[in-house]
Ligand binder design. Structure first.
Ligand code: HEC
Ligand code: HEC
Length: 139
């Protein structure tokens, strides 16, 4: 019985709403949000997307022991597969003409990647080629 009353009330509620005409002369509401100062009724142009070179040259490091910036686009890393290793493992680096991961990233056998170094982008971030358009930086 309770269920039936609930359904009936819901139907009543829905039919009450459906007859309403949309407000055509709604005033813009000023809400400060992550989208910035633009009014909620305006469509703001999208932010500039970062662009990465397909293949870039190694970038100069800014401080000692910095994990070097990635001079190319991002590649997928998942629990099952690490694409970075296809080009940067010590076994493949020479053939792929890349810098091999340093010894600090490897187990004592010099081949197996250490677990704590698996998620490369935790420390190495790709450097966008249009960076100044995205964030102003004078570092
Ligand atoms: C298709 C091959 C390829 C793949 C896949 C790849 N890279 Fe690279 N990477 C390169 C090449 C080529 C360079 C430029 C030569 C160099 O310095 O190693 C480079 C450079 C780098 C450098 C700069 C090295 C330095 O000493 O300045 C880092 C860091 C790097 N890659 C990290 C990554 C990470 C992290 C991934 C996965 C998200 C990845 N790479 C996937 C080819 C690749
Ligand atoms: C915990 C942070 C961390 C993670 C995770 C990590 N790295 Fe690094 N990486 C560093 C640091 C710090 C350096 C610079 C110091 C050094 O050589 O050990 C470096 C150096 C490098 C270099 C330059 C080596 C050279 O001789 O110039 C390459 C290439 C590189 N990492 C690739 C990778 C790849 C590929 C992965 C993922 C498989 C990865 N790194 C994961 C911190 C990290």
């Amino acid at each position: 019985m309770k269920k039936l009353i609930c359904v009936a009330m819901l139907a009543l509620g829905l039919s009450a709403c459906s007859g309403q005409a949309p407000l055509s002369d709604a005033q813009p509401v000023n809400v400060k949000s992550l989208a910035g100062d633009s009014k909620i009724s305006e469509v703001r142009p999208a932010d500039i997307m970062p662009e990465y070179p397909n293949r870039g040259k190694s970038l100069e490091r800014t401080f000692a022991d910095q994990p070097p910036l990635v001079p190319h686009k991002d590649y997928a890393i998942s629990i099952k597969k690490n694409t970075c290793i296809n080009c940067h493992s010590p076994a493949k680096a020479k053939r792929m003409r890349t810098t091999s991961v340093p010894a600090s990233h490897l187990e004592a056998d010099g081949q197996t990647l250490k677990g704590e170094n698996y998620f490369c982008t935790q420390c190495h971030v790709p450097q966008a080629s249009n960076k100044q358009a995205i964030v102003d930086n004078s570092f």
